[in-house]
Design a protein around this ligand. Structure first.
Ligand code: MSP
Length: 674
C-alpha cells in the first residue's frame, strides 16, 4: 500500500494536433488545484501531465503543415507548455510520448506481452474511424453513432491484445470497488458497456498506412496504436520501465486520480485497466470523468464552428486566478457546462468583485482608516463574532471533505458562505456607527474579525487562486508557508479566527478583483463578426469600386486588423514631444570594424562636436555617397554600443528590415524637426 501522505494525480495527455482551449485547460486546472491543496496539507505530490504525440491525427496535421512529425510536435508542444505556464500549473513532470524513457517502457511492455502470448497476429476486416482512430462495429454504424464520411473500410493484418480475456476480472474489479470509476453514473455507463462481449484490442498500425508511432519490437513493419502507447504514460511518467520486477514507480503508483473528460472514459476504464491486469500492476484508485464545456447553444467546441474559447483571451482580460476560479466554481465537477463570456463576467463580478472584494477591500479600508495600519486587538467577542467563528469552523470541515471528493464548487461554496456571513455581519454591526460614537474597543473587535476572515479566505482559496491568495495574505505580512501552517492547524483543531498577531502591520494595497462594468473591448471586438468586403466598403461610404482600384481596396480591407491594433497603441502628443528630433549633416562615413551591415558616421546636429552614429544602412549606401547628406536625427536615444562601437543617436529612415531611403530635411544642423 502506498504511503498515505503521498499523492499522485494525472491529466490526460493532450494531442498536439491543435492548440489548447478551455476544455483542456479545465482538466488541467482541476488537477492543479487538488495538487496544490494536497501540498498545502503537507503531502508529497506527483502531478503528471503532458502531450500525446503519435498517431494518425498528429501525422495528418504535420503533413498539412508540410512538416516532419517530430518537428511539428516540437513546435506544438510550446503552445501546451505556454498554456500551463499561463495558468500557473504546478506539474511535476510534463511527459511527451516521444520522450526516450516513455518509448523504452512501451517497447518493453509490448515485448513482454508478446512473449507471454497476450499479443497475437490476425487479419481484420472492418470499418475504421479516421479521426477517432478506432475500429467501429456494424452496430455502431447502424445506430448512426459515427459520421459516415469519417469511416473507411479496411482489411489488414494487425497485432491484437487479448483484452477480451479480462472482461470478467474487470467487471468484478469495478463492482467490488465503488470508488474506482466516478461519478457513479460513469461507473454504470462502463458496466453497461461491459454487458456486451468484450473483444480484443488492435494495438498496431501497419507502417504502410500510418508510420508515425513507436515501432513494435517484434515486427518492424508495424507501429503501436496510439492509445496503447499513450495510456502507458501514466506509468512511464512515474519511472516504470516496463520490466516485470520494476519497482521504481511504486512510490507513486497506483495513482490516486486519473482526471479525464467523459469522452475518453472507455479507453481509460477498459483498455487501460485490462492493460494493467496484463502487466501485473494495480488499477488506479479513482478514474474521475468530468463533463464537457460546450458553447451556450450546447454545441461542441470545434475549430470549424469557430466557437473555440481561447484560454489566453480569458487570462489576458480577467487574470489567471479569476479564470481558474470560474471553471471550478461554475459547475459541479462531472456535469457539463455552457460557456458564455457574459456568464463568466457575471460570475466574476458577483463572487469576486462584489462578495470577496467587499470583504477584502472595503473591510480592510475601514479598518486601516479608523484604526491605523496594524492588526487591532481582539477585545471581547459577542454572539455575533461567535457565530462567524462557528460558521468558519463548519466551513473548513465541509471544504476539506469536498476538496477530497473533487467537489470543487461545493468547497468554494463553503468558503463563500463565510464571506457572505461576514458581509452581512458588516451590515448589521454598522462599524461606521461604532466609529462615530467612539467605541474603540468594539470597533477593534469588529475590524479584527473582518481581517481574520480575510486571512481565512486567503488561505482556503490558495489552491484555486494562488496569485491572488498570495497578494491578499501579503497585505498581512503572511506568505504561503503561513497559509500551510494555518491550514494544518485548522484541519486539526478548527479555525479560531485568531491567525493574526496584534500590532502586526497591515497594508491596503489594490483591490484584488476590480469590477467590470461591460465586457472588455478586446472580447467585444472578437465577438463582433467581421464585415464582408462589400459591407466594409459600405461602411467607408463607397458604393462600388472600379476594376483599376479593386486590388488596392481589397488590400486595405485585408489590412484593417493591423490598423485596429496600431490604433490601440496610439501615443499622446506629450509622448511624441519627448522625442528630440533634429536636422543633421553627415560629415564623415566609414565601415564598421566588425559588421558589414553597419556604417559608422559623424553627424553635425548643431552641438559643439559631432555625434557618432552607428547605422544599419551599408546594404543601401556606400560611405562616400553619404558625406554631405542632410538627415533627420533622433538625438535623445540612450547611447548604446553596436557590435562594440558606441552610437550616440539614430538616423530616421524608411524601411523595416532593409533601409529604403534616409529621411531628409534641408535645414541648418540642430534645427528642431516636428
Ligand atoms: N490524447 C488523448 C488522451 C490520452 S490520455 C492517455 C486525448 N487528447 S485530447 O487533447 O483530445 O483531449 C484530452 C482531454 O481534454 C479530454 O479528455 C478532456 O479532459 C479535455 N477536453 C477537451 N475538450 C473538452 C471540452 N470541451 N470540455 C471539457 N474538457 C474537454 O483525448
Amino acid at each position: 500500500m502506498r504511503d498515505e501522505r503521498t499523492f499522485t494525480i494525472t491529466t490526460p495527455i493532450y494531442y498536439v494536433n491543435g492548440r489548447p482551449h478551455i476544455g483542456h485547460a479545465y482538466t488541467t486546472i482541476a488537477a492543479d488545484t487538488i495538487a496544490r491543496y494536497r501540498r498545502m496539507k503537507g503531502h508529497e505530490v506527483f502531478f503528471l501531465t503532458g502531450t500525446d504525440e503519435h498517431g494518425q491525427k498528429v501525422l495528418e496535421r504535420a503533413t498539412e503543415r508540410g512538416m516532419d512529425p517530430k518537428a511539428h510536435c516540437d513546435d506544438m508542444v510550446v503552445h501546451w507548455k505556454a498554456m500551463m505556464e499561463k495558468l500557473g500549473i504546478s506539474y511535476d513532470r510534463f511527459i511527451r510520448t516521444t520522450d526516450a524513457d516513455h518509448i523504452a517502457t512501451v517497447t518493453t511492455v509490448l515485448q513482454r506481452l508478446f512473449d507471454q502470448d497476450l499479443i497475437y497476429k490476425d487479419t481484420y476486416k472492418g470499418w475504421y474511424h479516421v479521426s477517432d482512430e478506432i475500429f467501429v462495429t456494424e452496430k455502431d454504424i447502424e445506430e448512426g453513432k459515427y459520421d459516415k464520411s469519417e469511416l473507411r473500410e479496411i482489411e489488414e493484418t494487425n497485432y491484437f491484445f487479448k483484452m477480451g480475456s479480462y472482461q470478467q476480472q474487470l467487471i468484478d474489479a469495478i463492482e467490488s470497488n465503488p470508488t474506482l470509476i466516478q461519478p457513479e453514473s460513469r461507473k454504470n455507463e462502463v458496466l453497461g458497456f461491459l454487458r456486451k462481449t468484450l473483444g480484443d484490442l488492435c494495438i498496431s498500425r501497419p507502417k504502410s498506412r500510418m508510420s508515425w508511432g513507436i515501432e513494435l519490437p517484434f515486427d518492424d513493419e508495424f507501429v503501436t496504436y496510439v492509445w496503447f502507447d499513450a495510456l502507458l504514460n501514466y506509468l512511464s511518467g512515474l519511472g516504470y520501465d516496463g520490466s516485470e520486477g520494476c519497482t521504481a514507480h511504486l512510490k507513486w503508483w497506483p495513482a490516486n486520480y486519473h482526471l479525464i473528460g467523459k469522452d475518453i472514459l472507455t479507453t481509460h476504464s477498459v483498455y487501460w485497466s485490462t492493460m494493467l491486469f496484463a502487466i501485473g500492476q494495480p488499477l488506479v484508485q479513482t478514474l474521475y470523468a468530468h463533463g464537457w464545456w460546450v458553447s451556450a447553444d450546447g454545441a461542441k467546441m470545434s475549430k470549424s464552428k469557430g466557437n473555440v474559447i481561447d484560454v489566453d483571451v480569458l487570462v489576458d482580460n480577467y487574470g489567471v486566478d479569476a479564470t481558474r476560479y470560474f471553471f471550478l466554481r461554475e459547475i459541479s465537477f462531472g456535469a457539463d457546462g455552457g460557456f458564455t463570456y457574459e456568464g463568466f463576467q457575471q460570475r466574476y463580478n458577483v463572487d469576486l468583485a462584489n462578495d470577496f472584494g467587499n470583504l477584502t477591500h472595503r473591510g480592510l479600508s475601514m479598518a486601516l482608516k479608523w484604526l491605523g495600519e496594524s492588526v487591532p486587538p481582539v477585545g471581547e467577542r459577542t454572539e455575533a463574532e461567535a457565530a462567524i467563528v462557528a460558521r468558519a469552523r463548519e466551513a473548513v470541515v465541509e471544504y476539506d471533505a469536498q476538496m477530497e471528493a473533487l467537489q470543487y464548487n461545493k468547497a468554494l461554496e463553503a468558503v463563500i458562505s463565510v464571506v457572505d456571513a461576514t458581509n452581512k455581519y458588516i451590515d448589521t454591526q454598522e462599524p461606521w456607527a461604532i466609529n462615530k460614537r467612539g467605541d474603540t474597543a468594539r470597533l477593534q473587535t469588529v475590524m479584527r474579525t473582518l481581517l481574520e476572515v480575510s486571512v481565512y479566505t486567503g488561505v482556503l482559496l490558495a489552491p484555486f487562486m494562488p496569485a491572488k491568495s498570495a497578494e491578499l495574505l501579503g497585505k498581512f505580512g503572511l506568505d504561503h508557508d503561513d497559509a500551510k501552517r494555518l491550514l494544518g492547524a485548522w484541519l486539526d483543531d478548527g479555525p479560531g479566527l485568531d491567525a493574526l498577531v496584534e500590532g502586526a502591520p497591515v497594508s491596503l494595497g489594490e483591490p484584488l478583483f476590480p469590477r467590470f462594468r461591460q465586457l472588455p473591448e478586446a472580447i467585444v471586438a472578437m465577438l463582433t463578426p467581421d464585415p464582408t468586403f462589400e459591407e466594409w466598403l459600405a461602411e467607408q461610404g463607397v458604393e462600388s469600386v472600379s476594376d483599376a482600384t479593386k486590388d488596392a481596396w481589397q488590400a486595405m480591407y485585408a489590412r484593417r486588423h493591423d490598423e485596429e491594433k496600431a490604433t490601440k497603441d496610439l501615443i499622446t502628443f506629450d509622448d511624441f514631444g519627448k522625442l528630440d528630433l533634429r536636422a543633421g549633416l553627415i560629415l564623415e562615413a566609414g565601415p564598421h570594424p566588425k559588421a558589414d551591415r553597419l556604417l559608422v558616421l559623424k553627424v553635425d546636429v548643431g552641438e559643439h562636436k559631432p555625434r557618432q552614429v552607428v547605422a544599419g544602412i551599408a546594404s543601401k549606401y556606400a560611405p562616400e555617397e553619404l558625406v554631405g547628406k542632410r538627415v533627420v536625427v533622433v538625438c535623445n536615444l540612450k547611447p548604446a554600443k553596436l557590435r562594440g562601437v558606441m552610437s550616440e543617436a539614430m538616423l530616421m529612415a524608411a524601411g523595416e528590415k532593409e533601409v529604403v531611403d534616409l529621411a531628409s530635411v534641408v535645414a541648418t544642423p540642430g534645427e528642431v524637426v516636428r
